[in-house]
Design a protein around this ligand. Structure first.
Ligand code: SF4
Length: 179
């Protein structure tokens, strides 16, 4: 096991004094810089540039940034959620460390799409069937990996087959789920 002990600290989001969410700062007891390219290979949708000493990605609305000795996670509800996230991250790091000899490291990955790119490939009717008021709001949630693109049910109709295929390709190339 690479990571055993961590120190978890919850902090208020200073730039938003009225927010009820917290950020977590997780200090690691080991330096994991050498593992970052292996984590980059295994974590879907992350951004990693070797040498920048940071890997980041969106996970259910949280921004996760992994540095050699510290991980930050944004927008957590409370300490229970923070502990869960912390344990999951420890498990991922230890599992990737255990399997690192079978993983081809990745030294550059830029997988995140921007909302406008996704929006351009949606039906753009603002029909609301996905539960969002506008297609743009839906696109923003899709790029943050908070909603799957399949929630846009009109896309599954034959009428929109062409744009669906284009959008599916786009999302898959950036390591997004399409289900
Ligand atoms: S269901 Fe699709 S077309 Fe309708 S508002 Fe949502 S994203 Fe737009």
């Amino acid at each position: 096991m690479l990571i055993d002990k961590v120190h978890l600290n919850l902090v208020n989001i200073e730039c938003m004094p009225t927010s009820t969410k917290f950020n977590a700062i997780i200090d690691l007891d080991e330096d994991i810089e050498e593992l970052l390219p292996y984590l980059a290979a295994e974590i879907r949708g992350c951004t990693y540039v070797h040498g920048a000493r940071q890997l980041s990605y969106m996970d259910h609305g949280h921004i996760v940034a992994i540095k050699p000795r510290q991980i930050t996670v944004t927008a957590l509800r409370d300490e229970i959620e923070a502990q869960d996230v912390c344990e999951n991250l420890k498990a991922v790091i230890n599992e990737v460390h255990r399997r690192r000899n079978q993983i081809t490291p990745t030294f550059y990955k830029q997988a995140r799409l921007d909302p406008l790119t996704v929006y351009r490939e949606l039906p753009r009717t603002n029909c609301g069937e996905c539960g969002q008021a506008t297609c743009m709001a839906f696109a923003a949630l899709v790029v943050n990996r908070e909603l799957p693109v399949s929630r846009c049910s009109p896309l599954l109709q034959k009428e929109w087959q062409d744009i669906r295929e284009r959008l599916w390709e786009l999302l898959k190339s950036a390591e997004y789920d399409t289900e």
